[in-house]
Design a protein around this ligand. Structure first.
Ligand code: NDP
Length: 255
């Protein structure tokens, strides 16, 4: 029987792989056998993540990249494929939020959130496509949010970008199914990372609301993403394309 979840011989790029959910995913993929490219802006954090992945026995390299910039996306993917010889898996995880009321957003703030969270993912995907074709197929995992399906007063650009991630996932899945490329999305619930540490300090009562509203009764952790990512990156999900899977402790299942 094929080893359904085996990623030996595969190469994965994880944007924002140096911290939080991205690192949890990188760790899961590495443990399943994939070589990992950690792509982020901060060289110190990238190097630290690569060191931890190497300690697990994985081949891992860091590439400094800013997904807000189209050229940086393209250069990063080209360098990843060049250094590791192929590209099979792309995880579009890098993301930011600017939390303020819609009427207070500047055009530059709106553009920045959309560019990092949505356009960056698209440019990485576009750059990855020829390498996946050359490999005979590929796996793309886009990271959305509960804001892909719900709104929040402080998250107008973020919610627009994450809603866009879901629709982009479906369009790509439709376009590239013929090329044996599966494109799916994971929607995190409330996960304990640096990103939400800042939200907890900026949004009064958030911690209590998250605990009360999440049926599992706790915040998620980056390690909660390893299993879903390995599934979507492996042969196990060969007929799953354009799917949107919540990793949210039941948050989105409850009215
Ligand atoms: P963190 O802030 O902990 O990590 C964000 C990661 O993205 C870092 O590795 C950071 O690295 C990288 N990053 C940010 N901006 C850029 C950029 N312009 N170019 C390249 N890399 C960038 O966030 P989380 O782990 O919490 O979030 C990861 C993803 O999950 C995001 O897309 C977020 O929207 C989503 N999400 C998170 C939720 C949560 O509860 N935590 C809930 C729903 C969705 P560096 O700074 O070195 O560039």
């Amino acid at each position: 029987m094929t080893k359904l979840f085996d990623l030996n011989g595969r190469v994965a790029v994880v944007t924002g792989g140096n911290a939080g959910i991205g690192f949890g995913i990188a760790q899961g993929l590495a443990e399943a056998g994939a070589a990992i490219v950690v792509a982020g802006r901060r060289p110190d954090k990238n190097a630290e993540a690569v060191k931890k992945l190497a300690a697990l026995g994985a081949r891992a390299v860091a590439i400094e990249a800013d997904v807000e910039d189209e050229a940086s996306c393209r250069a990063m993917v080209a360098e990843a494929a060049e250094r590791l010889g192929r590209l099979d898996i792309l995880v579009n995880n890098a993301g930011i939020a600017i939390r303020k009321q819609p009427q207070d957003y500047t055009a530059a703030e709106w553009k920045r959130v959309i560019d990092v969270n949505l356009s960056g993912a698209f440019f990485c995907v576009q750059a990855a496509y020829p390498h996946m074709l050359a490999a005979g197929g590929g796996k793309i995992i886009n990271i959305g949010s509960m804001m892909s399906i719900f709104g929040a007063s402080f998250a107008v650009a973020y919610a627009a970008s994450k809603g866009g991630i879901v629709q982009m996932t479906k369009a790509l899945a439709t376009a590239w199914a013929k090329d044996n490329i599966q494109v799916n999305a994971l929607l995190p619930g409330w996960i304990d990372t640096d990103f939400t540490q800042s939200a907890r300090s900026q949004v009064p009562g958030l911690n209590e609301r998250v605990l009360a509203r999440t049926p599992t009764g706790r915040w998620g952790t980056p390690a909660d993403f390893a299993g879903a990512a390995v599934f979507l990156a492996s042969a196990a999900s060969g007929f799953i394309n354009g799917a949107v899977i919540a990793v949210d402790g039941g948050y989105s299942s409850q009215v």
